[in-house]
Design a protein around this ligand. Structure first.
Ligand SMILES: [Zn+2]
Length: 56
């Protein structure tokens, strides 16, 4: 038995549990979605340049 990294519930760590180390496929998918969202978050490559010539 392991602790589900998603919800903290005890999860069966065995070939009978296809979602291991998660407790259920729902937890597995939920974690994957969160991970995918992080991956797809594109960092802002354009640095904001303050318009310092705006003072008149
Ligand atoms: Zn879980």
């Amino acid at each position: 038995m392991v602790t589900c990294p998603r919800c903290g519930q005890p999860a069966v760590y065995a070939p009978t549990n296809p979602a291991r180390p998660f407790c259920s496929p729902r937890c597995k998918n939920s974690d994957f979605v969160a991970w995918a969202n992080e991956e797809y978050r594109v960092p802002d490559a354009s640095p904001e340049v303050p318009p310092d010539e705006d003072i008149s």
